[in-house]
Write a protein that binds this ligand. Structure first.
Ligand code: NDP
Ligand code: 2IT
Length: 451
């Protein structure tokens, strides 16, 4: 038998850093997973011999391409686009597309890596991928966004397919952008197929896909609280972001009897001590999503609230916190502040919003802390259900889908318990999610041999 490569964690991470220079987000995501997986595989020779973690941390492929488009003034603009296909051991690549000026290859590699574990946790047959561009949709006209989406798809179409890779939305990409991209895919290929998810209801979309990520993150939070015999009634919640995930998380918190105190965007956060009610959430949805406005304007519409420019909301005392904006928005010192102020549970709606220091603070404090790959999986789970409906050429009813989403989130919670229960009433959800996600993908990879 060949001698297996039993390197230790620091040596493994040195290799990851060396092979991925200038890619801090990707290295961070691998480190967070490797910390748990090294313990788990310590006595499992086959995973070492077959270099499984090393292989999952090397994307199957990274496609990088130029995206040219013409702005409303006739200027030629040049952006970079990517699709990272991380791993398809358990199903076609699946994951969102992000349009934001901060997008780099590192960001998309971390997201595709995380997506691989998240998708495995849903129990549905989906591999992990992610794509996007450094295109900034802010301040662009609808025609400009359409032309950009069409140009982006003119290259992307050759790399995707209903059984190959199925993209969806993420930051800066919602139903409108999915429509423009789907239209262009169909125009080029003459194929009406479930190649994207998050589609409109008239053309193959699924009910509750829009709400699923935020609702799912709150269902997961409720599952965690239930392990302590608690629920959300009367609990105060601090939420960051004011996009798709944040507004639907807020909506579900309100529906389950909680009180939402904050929302934010890249300009700062608003604090509404009276609580952000459904009516106010509707205002935010219209203002942010449809008018592309700033959260700052909330204080004019609802004068009891205050705006805190350039700040994140983690200093506002709360019972539960849901970071729902972007990566590394909650740092070690924020985590300490949340705990000092009495926060008892954190459910991540965003991907990797807590930095490594923050993760270590939450783990050390033994609070209820769910990493995004577990708690925000509701979105991709309903995307998976959209794929099933497309294959069957039918549409399921809303109550059926609501129940499936709840069941999937409860299933992910159970998987976390199976591998994360540390005894003494403490569940390490990070460890549980990492191991449960890894095991499914790893065992499929073992079946395929060296490919
Ligand atoms: P949206 O584009 O709808 O909203 C993004 C929100 O986050 C906006 O409020 C935006 O503020 C804020 N934001 C984005 N980037 C930054 C930044 N660099 N600093 C501060 N604030 C920022 O995106 P989503 O709600 O869809 O996505 C939010 C998070 O949830 C992301 O991490 C995404 O990966 C994750 N996610 C999304 C899923 C989905 O189904 N949509 C599924 C699972 C996870 P501003 O308006 O100022 O840009
Ligand atoms: O991060 C994510 O899980 C998403 N942006 C949703 C991916 C999807 O394919 O629905």
């Amino acid at each position: 038998m060949a001698v297996s490569d039993h390197v230790d964690l620091p040596t493994f991470m040195e290799g990851v850093k060396k092979r991925n220079p200038y890619q801090p987000e990707f290295v961070q995501a691998v480190q967070e997973v490797a910390e748990d997986i090294f313990d788990f595989i310590a006595d499992k020779e086959e995973y070492h011999a077959q270099q499984i973690l090393r292989r999952i941390a090397e994307p199957d492929r990274v496609v990088s391409f130029r995206v040219c488009w013409e702005d409303d003034n006739g200027n030629i603009r040049v952006q970079r686009g990517w699709r990272v296909q991380n791993n398809n051991a358990i199903g076609p690549y699946k994951g969102g597309i992000r349009f934001h000026p901060s997008v780099t290859e590192s960001v998309l590699k971390f997201l595709a890596f995380e997506q691989t574990f998240k998708n495995a946790l849903t129990g549905l047959p989906m591999g992990g991928g992610k794509g996007g561009s450094n295109f900034n949709p802010k301040g662009k006209s609808v025609r400009e966004i359409m032309r950009f989406c069409q140009s982006f798809m003119t290259e992307l179409y050759r790399h995707i397919g209903a059984d190959v890779d199925v993209p969806a939305g993420d930051i800066g990409v919602g139903g409108r952008e999915i429509g423009f991209m789907f239209g262009q895919y169909k125009r080029i290929t003459n194929n009406f197929t479930g190649v994207l998810t998050g589609k409109g209801l008239e053309w193959g979309g699924s009910l509750i896909r829009t709400e699923a990520t935020g609702y799912g993150a709150v269902y997961f939070l409720a599952n965690m609280l239930a392990t302590k015999g608690e629920d959300l009634v009367g609990k105060t919640a601090v939420i960051s972001g004011s996009g798709n995930v944040a507004t639907h998380a807020a909506e579900k918190i309100v529906q389950l009897g909680g009180k939402v105190l904050t929302l934010s965007d890249s300009g700062g956060f608003i604090h509404d001590p009276d609580g952000i009610t459904q009516e106010k959430i509707n205002w935010v949805k219209t203002h942010k999503t449809h008018r592309r406005g700033r959260i700052q304007d909330y204080v004019e519409a609802f004068p009891a609230a205050t705006f805190h420019e350039g700040k994140t909301p983690w200093g506002v005392p709360c019972d539960v916190a849901l970071p729902c904006a972007t990566q590394n928005e909650l740092l070690g010192e924020d985590a300490k502040m949340l705990i000092a102020n009495g926060c008892r549970a954190v459910s991540e709606g965003a991907n990797m919003p807590t930095d490594l220091d923050g993760v270590h603070v939450f783990k050390a404090a033994k609070i209820l802390y769910a990493p995004g790959k577990a708690s925000n999986a509701g979105g991709v789970a309903v995307s998976g259900l959209e794929m099933s409906q497309n294959s069957e050429r039918r549409a399921w009813k809303e109550d059926e889908l609501q129940q499936m989403l709840k069941d999937i989130m409860a299933g992910i919670h159970s998987s976390c318990l199976a591998y994360g229960d540390q005894g003494g009433g403490y569940i390490d959800y990070v460890k549980g999610a990492n191991i449960a996600g890894f095991k499914k993908v790893a065992d499929a990879m073992l079946a395929f041999g060296v490919v």
